[in-house]
Design a protein around this ligand. Structure first.
Ligand code: NDP
Length: 400
């Protein structure tokens, strides 16, 4: 018997909730709580009669620790899954600490007024979570998330030390719009319009946005342009993976997306600085979000595949060795299964699996952790079981 409080009811949460409902022997009781109650209720209606999981719903403003804490006191969950936005991370962690409940999220904290995400705010909770005897599992989506599990798995089974990691995130899906984002537009645009960076020999090297471009021939997809970005798992993997000398993250973007983004940037539409408009303060990026297609509406129109994985280069028994571990996911199959496209699917499934690891105590230690700090094996098995099968290639094309 377990009870899970799921906060947020957007693209990622909807997939995670569908998957929890498929896995009802672990998730026999869930509560969906979000800012807009009607979204929670309509998802519950959709799932009615299709699952053994008992579902209740609630309205909560997760910007208010006391509201989340009151809901925890009322529902008494074993775990809180934060699938709202990164801005709510600390407030929800505070509520979990106050009520003594474990916590999971898929994206690290970012203050709303500064487009800079890093782990320092959440890692600062380590002692308090340890002392309270509860666990916080950070960044348990695909990237971050599965990319950390792949790294721990490669280190455990294939390498004595990993010296180089390149994380490659390719979305070859086509939704037919000239410009749309596949997950929350505000979070997505903040991420891709920021300066790039990678970690090398103990230091961060900063680049201009989209300055470093490579072309890669992705298995089951073909050649795509990809660009170096800063990404949150670089920070934790650089600390947690033995022997690491360099770690980089690349994401594919089509020309239409980049041209639109440049134009929007040039006119100031991606800015997060409030401006006055007709006597009222508005944040240009939030206004842009209101104009763009809702990512959850992309599901029925998106065709093609995603391929996300990690290329590892390191040593085993003194010999150089390479290994590429990746997952390919098909947008249309995801939509058929859970009514969402692959970007939400590849994030929501690992969130459900991470929650399963904590609820079943396969991952059990008090404190604040990133996924690569746990045994990767049960998670890797669960990926195969729950819709994200992975492949290994020991002679991959490398990125220069
Ligand atoms: P959406 O915008 O689709 O959904 C966010 C949900 O959170 C909405 O239901 C929203 O409510 C709710 N919400 C927002 N603010 C609050 C609040 N103050 N209180 C309660 N609920 C709130 O986002 P996504 O599903 O696309 O993304 C969810 C998370 O997943 C984000 O943190 C994102 O960064 C992360 N992510 C992680 C990835 C990974 O691989 N690790 C990849 C993709 C995303 P309302 O409906 O009222 O707006």
């Amino acid at each position: 018997m377990s009870k899970t409080l799921i906060i947020g009811c957007g693209g990622v949460a909807s997939v995670a909730i569908h998957k929890c409902c498929q896995n009802s022997s672990v998730f026999d009781d869930i509560m969906i709580a979000s800012r807009t109650l009607s979204k929670c209720d309509s998802l519950r209606e959709k799932l009615r009669g299709k699952t053994e999981t008992r579902i209740s719903t609630a309205q909560v403003n997760a910007d208010k620790t006391e509201e989340v804490a009151a809901l925890i006191r009322e529902y008494k969950p074993d775990l809180v899954m934060n699938l709202a936005l990164p801005y709510q991370d600390l407030k929800i962690m505070d509520a979990c600490l106050a009520e003594g409940v474990s916590y999971l999220d898929t994206a690290n904290y970012e203050p709303e007024d500064t487009a800079k995400f890093e782990y320092k705010w959440q890692w600062a909770y380590r002692d308090r979570f340890r002392q309270a005897g509860i666990t916080a599992l950070l960044g348990c989506g695909f990237d971050p998330g599965v990319t950390g599990v792949f790294s721990a798995y490669a280190l455990k089974h294939h390498f004595d030390e990993i010296n180089y990691i390149d994380i490659l995130d390719c979305n070859a899906g086509d939704h037919g719009y000239p410009f749309a984002t596949n997950f929350n537009p505000e979070i997505n645009i903040r991420e891709v319009s920021a300066k790039g960076s990678y970690w090398e020999n103990g230091k961060w090297i900063e680049t201009d946005p989209m300055q470093i471009k490579r072309v890669y021939n992705f298995p089951e997809i073909g050649e795509r342009d990809m660009y170096l970005l800063h990404h949150e798992e670089l920070e934790s993997l650089a600390l947690n993976i033995k022997g690491i000398k360099r770690i980089r993250f690349f994401m594919t973007f089509g020309q239409s997306y980049l041209t639109h983004l440049k134009c929007l940037e040039n006119v100031g539409m991606t800015s997060i600085k409030p401006v006055m408009y007709e006597g009222r303060e508005i944040v240009p990026l939030q206004f842009l979000k209101a104009l763009l297609p809702d990512p959850s509406s992309l599901g029925p129109r998106t065709k093609g595949k995603t391929n996300i994985g990690c290329i590892f280069r390191g040593k085993k028994n003194g010999e150089e060795k390479n290994c590429y571990i990746y997952n390919v996911c098909d947008h249309e199959s995801c939509f058929k299964e859970v009514g969402s496209q692959a970007v939400a699917y590849t994030t929501g499934v690992p969130a459900m699996i991470g929650a399963e690891m904590l609820l079943t105590k396969k991952w059990a230690k008090p404190g604040v952790f990133n996924v690569e700090e746990f045994d990767p094996d049960p998670f890797m098995d669960a990926l195969n079981k729950w819709g994200l099968p992975w492949k290994e290639n020991f002679n991959p094309e490398l990125v220069d």
